[in-house]
Design a protein around this ligand. Structure first.
Ligand code: ADP
Length: 312
């Protein structure tokens, strides 16, 4: 379990992480989603004990990170965004080296290395020099290093950045496999990644968590302020006024008017479904309905609303 309370990091006058409180339960796969500069890396570095917070506390597996940094690092597997690898070593040797650095019991090295080679699909490249690996394999090796000591928590900073779409898919599948046994917190600025890989998404912006929920719930949260497009054969001013008076409709705008038809946009902040009321009004006034579409709002739209419309 990961527990953050009012976690804050300032770099001089830059507030990189601003009083973040959150809990990640065991077995959850949580995506930290935000544009570049939002504070993702800083947050993850504090969590892994690489960076002391300016304020607040972070606990991992009930251990205060600052007071137990060695024990915490034992329980965490961390894949930094730019993962340093031992270029001069072959894949197997570099895993051996990682095991030694981590202070793992020498007897456990061969089985642990065999295990991560299998899980991360490295069997075909064990003898190859790290310097000659493709980006996809380098990332798999980074993951293998992160999980070598079988940590209960995995922290992955932009795990698919710099990979081509096929490699991204492979790494996402690998994360799904790992999640069966571990708590995973990954950062990304790529929406589909958060949507497809994570049980829960935290949207971070200017160092603050601005949304927290399942990808579906976040979509619904935004859809609560839903929009209905209504295409009517009707006089625009009269129809606009009548639609604006319907219960649940907060705002009416004309998207386009052509011949004797109008496309209205009806906004409803409370999320009311006003389609039936629109239908009844149109029948009563004898305004033929040419089309009616309830807009479903994607996570992409939620993200845009939350991060673009906000003052810096
Ligand atoms: P992200 O990972 O979401 O791209 P970062 O955590 O890297 O965001 O950065 C958050 C903010 O902190 C940015 O404004 C960035 O410029 C600033 N920042 C990050 N690292 C440092 C540093 N070492 N010194 C000063 N400012 C930094």
């Amino acid at each position: 379990m990961i527990e953050l309370s009012q976690l804050t990091k300032r770099y001089g006058s830059t507030m990189a992480v601003d009083h973040v409180s959150l809990t990640v339960q065991p077995g959850e796969i949580v995506g930290l989603l935000g544009p570049n500069g939002a504070g993702k890396t800083t947050l993850l570095k504090m969590l892994t004990g690489y960076l002391p917070p300016t304020e607040g506390t972070a606990r991992v597996a009930n251990l205060e990170i600052l007071d137990n940094s060695l024990e915490v690092r034992r329980r965490i597997g961390y894949l930094p965004e730019t993962n340093p690898l031992y270029e001069d070593l072959a894949v197997y040797e570099s895993l051996e080296w990682t095991a030694r650095l981590r202070g793992m019991n020498p007897a456990s090295h061969p089985p642990a290395i065999r295990h991560v080679i299998e899980v991360c699909g490295l069997a075909g490249v064990v003898g190859k020099d790290v310097a000659h690996l493709s980006k996809g394999y380098r990332q798999r090796l980074g993951l293998a290093q992160a999980i070598l000591h079988d940590p209960e928590i995995l922290i992955l900073d932009e795990p698919t950045s710099g990979l081509d779409p096929n490699q991204q898919q492979e790494v996402r599948q690998l994360i799904q496999t790992l999640k069966q046994k571990k708590t995973v917190l990954l950062s990304t600025h790529i929406l589909p990644e958060a949507q497809s890989s994570c049980d829960r998404v935290l949207i971070i912006h200017h160092g603050k968590i601005v949304a927290d929920g399942t990808p579906q719930a976040l979509g619904q949260q935004a859809a609560r302020g839903s929009r209905l497009l209504v295409e009517l054969k009707a006089p625009a001013p009269a129809a606009g006024q009548a639609l604006a008076q319907l219960s649940g409709v907060d705002r009416v705008a004309v998207q386009k008017a052509y011949d004797s038809c109008v496309v209205f946009i009806l906004e409803s902040a409370g999320g009311a479904d006003v389609r039936e009321a629109v239908f009844e009004l149109a029948v009563q006034r004898r305004w033929p309905i040419l089309g009616m579409t309830q807009e479903t709002i994607s996570l992409e739209e939620v993200f845009r609303q939350l991060t673009m419309g906000m003052p810096s």
